[in-house]
Design a protein around this ligand. Structure first.
Ligand SMILES: Nc1nc2c(ncn2[C@@H]2O[C@H](COP(=O)(O)OP(=O)(O)OP(=O)(O)O)[C@@H](O)[C@H]2O)c(=O)[nH]1
Ligand SMILES: [Mg+2]
Length: 295
């Protein structure tokens, strides 16, 4: 089941909430998620493969943004069903929203409309919104909730299960994602860059884990995991911003990311970050491959 929608509506927050683990990174900036992220929800009598996707936005041809939208549409095309997420406090249906909606309609999947962020509006504002959206598509259901607070999320599950095909369980009960630990660590560093830098910097940044040494972790319960990661950006000026005065910003990014990584791995972590300029990597296939965005 694919989770799709405009950027920043809370798709990744909802995935994490449903899975009960931090599978996808979240930030207040749009275009946080760059590829498909699988979260597996195993219940008593059902298993749901939830696929978070990058936000549907109008991207120029070629380059990272176009790739992101393609990934979202491809994930939607491959899914049995979809969740289309909108924000309760979002603007009326503008051109960009209309386009996203048309893309979802064109996929012709059973689609549940989720109205997220109901914590940010008053109750009486919700009914007209539901009425407004009802006529846009033959939604399987319309579901208001708050992914952030968890309000009304419980009830979404039976609604999801209703639209799943019958079949064997596909994943082991304990598995909650297919994303590797290393990739998750790289994403947790990127999340802090999204949160700690402004303007174009986050959009020019990628993170590569170069070394991931867990030999000490295996030897003893309290062993360190040593991680060396490279932060790629596109220009020298961006590198200077990421590093900050006397290295202060990079240090802050590293400290915050390390805490998140320690929580993920359940181990103490030594995280070392380097910054490297890879001119224009977001603009070419080759550059994107170098930044870890393969295939
Ligand atoms: N008030 C409120 N904020 C929310 C809710 N859900 C998500 N947010 C916030 O909305 C922002 C975007 O959340 P994300 O989960 O990263 O959104 P996304 O749709 O995955 O965004 P992209 O990956 O950029 O497409 C973050 O600041 C979240 O904390 C909610 O239910 N209520
Ligand atoms: Mg996201």
């Amino acid at each position: 089941m694919a989770i799709v929608g405009r950027p920043n509506v809370g798709k990744s927050t909802l995935l994490n909430r449903l899975i009960g683990q931090k599978v996808a990174i979240v930030s207040p900036k749009p275009q946080t998620t760059r590829g498909k992220v699988l979260g597996i929800l195993t219940l008593e009598d059902a298993q749901i493969a939830l696929l978070d996707t990058p936000g549907l936005h109008t991207a120029a041809k070629g380059g990272l943004n176009a790739r992101m939208v393609n990934r979202a549409l491809q994930t939607l095309a491959d899914a049995d069903a979809a969740l289309f997420l909108i924000e309760a406090q979002g603007p009326a249906i503008d051109t960009a929203m209309r386009k996203a909606l048309d893309q979802v309609k064109a996929a012709k999947k059973p689609t549940l409309l989720v109205i997220n962020k109901i914590d940010a509006v008053r109750k009486h504002e919700l009914l007209p919104l539901i009425e407004r959206w009802k006529s846009e598509y033959d939604w399987t259901e319309i579901y208001p909730l708050s992914a952030l607070t968890g309000q009304n999320v419980e009830g979404l599950l039976p609604a999801l299960i209703k639209h799943l095909p019958e079949g064997e369980r596909m994943f082991d009960k304990e598995i909650w994602t297919d994303v590797s630990e290393q990739k998750l660590c790289a994403e947790l560093v990127r999340e802090q860059i999204l949160r700690q830098t402004e303007q174009e910097v986050p959009y020019s940044t990628a993170v590569l884990v170069e070394e991931f040494d867990e030999t000490e972790r295996e030897e003893g319960k309290h062993g360190l995991v040593r991680i060396l990661a490279t932060v790629l950006c596109e220009r020298d000026s961006q590198k200077a911003i990421i590093i900050g005065k006397g290295g202060s910003r990079l240090k802050e990014i590293g400290t915050l990311a390390r805490k998140e990584i320690e929580r993920l791995l359940g181990a103490k972590v030594f995280l070392q970050l380097h910054v490297r300029v890879e001119p224009g990597w977001t603009q070419s296939e080759k550059g994107m491959r170098r930044a870890g965005y393969e295939d």
